[in-house]
Design a protein around this ligand. Structure first.
Ligand SMILES: Nc1ncnc2c1ncn2[C@@H]1O[C@H](COP(=O)(O)OP(=O)(O)OP(=O)(O)O)[C@@H](O)[C@H]1O
Length: 209
């Protein structure tokens, strides 16, 4: 489903970041672990095509991201990849529903309020549908971030440190939600983190150094 080979990136040419080769099948769930600064966010941006590798490739469903133009990449990402970013960012002037509808439109899909209601209800925030995102608590914002990553039923879900700011209870809840939602859609789930609390939750682990 996803394959990474010879992947190298650098922000400064004298400081290359090399990543190990790996591949995961459709529906697999894995943790990508590593200390702060080792390149986790960089890897996630490479996997989603937000950064272009200096060497090597990322291939998703047999399609090498390097070969796609900017516009093709945007479309491919919208249709196939859901990203849970480290810090939630929404269009503040819009409601939860409108933010999620916007994500559907961006991916080239029709607005589907029923699908939005269903995901929000799975995430325990169905009653927040028409609320302004500005009015949400941090934990609720985190759930809307997850909802936005899932709303287009992506084949691949990438999450960047989704639990590092959460207490133990919410940490367990967010991991459970991500795993359940990925399973429901048979999506591949990759979580990059330095949160060791997630260690026991996943059989598949990849360590970056
Ligand atoms: N825009 C940038 N310009 C220059 N260097 C950068 C940039 N972004 C990241 N780096 C450097 O690249 C390395 C990897 O950064 P990255 O953010 O991928 O690490 P990380 O493992 O996600 O860290 P953390 O766990 O602290 O978020 C770090 O040394 C960082 O300082």
């Amino acid at each position: 489903m996803i394959e990474v080979k010879d992947l190298t990136y650098h922000y400064r040419i004298d400081q290359p970041i090399q990543f190990p080769d790996f591949s995961y099948q459709q529906g697999q769930q894995a943790l990508i672990l590593g200390e702060s600064g080792c390149g986790k966010t960089t890897l996630l941006h490479l996997l989603s095509g937000l950064l272009k590798p200096k060497k090597g490739f990322v291939s998703i469903d047999g399609k090498k991201l390097n070969g796609l133009s900017g516009a093709q990449l945007d479309k491919f990402r919208g249709a196939n990849i859901g990203i849970v970013f480290q810090t939630p960012h929404f269009i503040e002037a819009l409601s939860v529903k409108e933010n999620l509808q916007f994500a559907q439109t961006l991916a080239g899909n029709k607005k589907d309020t029923e699908a939005i209601k269903s995901i929000l209800s799975d995430l325990g925030i169905g009653h927040k549908l028409n609320d302004s995102v500005k009015s949400l608590s941090q934990g609720e914002k985190q759930r809307v971030t997850i909802a936005r990553a899932l709303v287009n039923q992506p084949k691949l879900i990438l999450a960047d440190e989704p639990t590092s700011a959460l207490d133990d209870k919410n940490c367990r809840a967010v991991v459970k939600l991500l795993k359940e939602q990925a399973k429901k859609n048979n999506a591949t789930l990759l979580i990059v983190t330095h949160d060791n609390r997630l260690n026991d939750e996943f059989e598949q682990k990849l360590k970056l150094s």
